[in-house]
Design a protein around this ligand. Structure first.
Ligand SMILES: [Zn+2]
Length: 276
């Protein structure tokens, strides 16, 4: 069974966001536990209250997206030290929110890709020294972004060797890198590549996004479902894979609240109902 939801802003507070998502019939939710581009941490509710909100709303999977303003793969000692402080704190904050996992990007290469990967691996080890799961995204490959390549992602995961390190696949990022997702056969081909690299059993979630730019453009601009490069048969096939894999499915399409994601959620629900 798919747990479906979207990324929402928690500006009005985490509790109201969780309850609105539940009222819309979502079973999953992704949030930033702090401002993603900088600034102070949002105060958290007492853990018991956070758990009650999720239960009352029927949210079975809360994902906490790590902030963007730190680079977990930085070579600069001060920069990477700051990233590790922020991200290990994020692990603790996610736990207090009863979240399923912290969602991470691989960061950016400053000097050499080897050094960047080494720095990223130490950051992940520091995060996994605390309880909880980390789910890594395949990247869109903008600029010198790490982990656009599935084999590179697999290498990092293998070297860490923790069962608490998993993968959340992003369809917009996959298309940005050059994987066409128009037909069911395209999805089969991409998931086979994923299976060869990281193994499908490592995949826990799907960031279900369309892409504004042409496939392979290495630009990360998300579009609403079926408004970009993603094909309807591919979308259907992705939902079947998500169902088989018991993945959490999160929309990161344009919009920032429950209401603005309603059209995308409706498309997914319609395709799911056809399947039955
Ligand atoms: Zn992300």
């Amino acid at each position: 069974l798919i747990r479906l939801g979207a990324q929402v802003s928690v500006r009005g507070g985490i509790g109201p966001a969780v309850l609105r998502a539940g009222a819309a019939g979502w079973h999953a939710l992704q949030i930033f536990s702090r401002n993603p581009v900088g600034g102070q941490e949002l105060p958290l509710p007492p853990p018991e209250l956070a758990r009650q909100w999720l239960e009352r709303a029927g949210i079975r999977s809360l994902l906490v997206h790590a902030p963007y303003f730190v680079n977990p793969a930085a070579e600069d000692v001060a920069m990477v030290g700051r990233a590790r402080r922020v991200l290990t704190t994020e692990m603790s904050r996610a736990r207090k929110l009863a979240a399923t996992a912290v969602i991470m990007h691989g960061g950016h290469v400053q000097g050499s890709p080897d050094h960047a990967r080494g720095a990223l691996e130490l950051t992940l080890k520091a995060m996994l020294a605390r309880p909880g799961e980390v789910w890594m995204e395949n990247a869109a490959g903008q600029g010198r972004e790490l982990l656009a390549d599935l084999d590179e992602l697999a290498g990092v995961i293998d070297r860490i060797g923790s069962r608490r390190l998993a993968v959340i696949l992003d369809t917009a990022h996959a298309m940005a890198v050059g994987h066409e997702l128009k037909t069911a056969a395209d999805v089969q081909r991409w998931l086979q590549r994923v299976d060869c690299a990281v193994r499908l059993t490592r995949v826990r979630g799907l960031h279900l996004n369309d892409l504004k730019d042409p496939v392979g453009a290495r630009r990360d601009r998300h579009a609403s479902l079926l408004q970009g490069s993603l094909g309807r048969p591919a979308l259907q096939s992705l939902l079947e894979a998500a169902d088989r894999g018991n993945w959490t499915v999160i929309l990161e399409t344009p919009g920032r609240d429950v209401a603005s994601r309603a059209a995308d959620v409706a498309i997914v629900r319609e395709l799911l109902s056809h399947k039955e």
